[in-house]
Design a protein around this ligand. Sequence first.
Ligand SMILES: [Zn+2]
Length: 351
Amino acid sequence: MPARNLSASRAVVLALLATGSPALAATPASSALVTGSVPATPAAPGIRAPGTPTPGAGVQGALAPLKVAPVDGPHLTLQPANPKPGDPVLVTVSGASALPTGTLAGRPLRFFAWSDGYAALTSLPVEQPEGTVPVDVTVSGRGLPVVLSSVLTVGAPGFRERELRVANKYVSPPKKVKARMEADRKAFAAAFAQPFQTPLFGQNFAWPREATVTAPFGDRRSFNGKLQTQHFGVDLDGATGSPVVAANDGTVVMARDNYASGNTVLVHHGAGLFTAYFHLSRIDVKDGSQVKQGDALGLVGSTGRVTGPHLHWGVKADDRWVDGQTLLKLDFTGAPEAPGMATNAPGLSNP
Ligand SMILES: [Zn+2]
């Protein structure tokens, strides 16, 4: 869509959509300069880089209109394109000359310098209703601030209902255990109370072990027909003694034997992001250890509240437990061309 100069003001700009639904209009009250409105549906597998001819497709027909969308102005990218409740969301901004500010679903975004632009990592609560949530980011480009507005379309969670049997002491903890559980709770709170810092990692996340997912994130569980909980992690199959490695670079902020999570390692990755490794039979790191992606953290086990040996892998983003399988799909390396990612980069749109 050609840029249309509707006003001399550069106060408010770009309405773009990550979903392919009709573009947001700039608010009528604002003296808006709508420089572009690019419906960006998720890129299809094999989508080509900007300007690359598509075999058999009319480049001049299908793709040509997108080439005039703004490429040198500030630029907002959201991953994943169509999240579900309980997903992490990566917001990246390029073309800004100062740290942006903004909100997603009204929640403030904590931006940090990243690659040649800025990024913020946040999350959707598991209770997030289906539907759209607004994303508004203010950036300093050349001159006056520019507002980039977008929406995320949140899909159905599809969380399963499960009945599990565990030792009764984990459902109705004996009185003497309660003090221990309270100490565990305080230890988790202290471990998660890290000052915000820029990412300690430079590459995308990887599995902590190559294994079958035996229980996905979000299962609604009933233990012994009594205790109702939700599964805030991804369970990976594994025999006791199988290695568990760090999903990315970071600092160990917990290496501790807890009542419910058993032998537990927590790694802080910066950017408000943590990964958790529960039920280990052995811990091979210490509080404060610096780890690189792939470094050994310990061994699979069955300590704590479990039905058998496995690794429970948790991910916390912006103070919420989120789906690690979605974290693995996020591209932090600055080239979000993977399937299922949305962007307003003109050439990546799929009209
Ligand atoms: Zn689990």
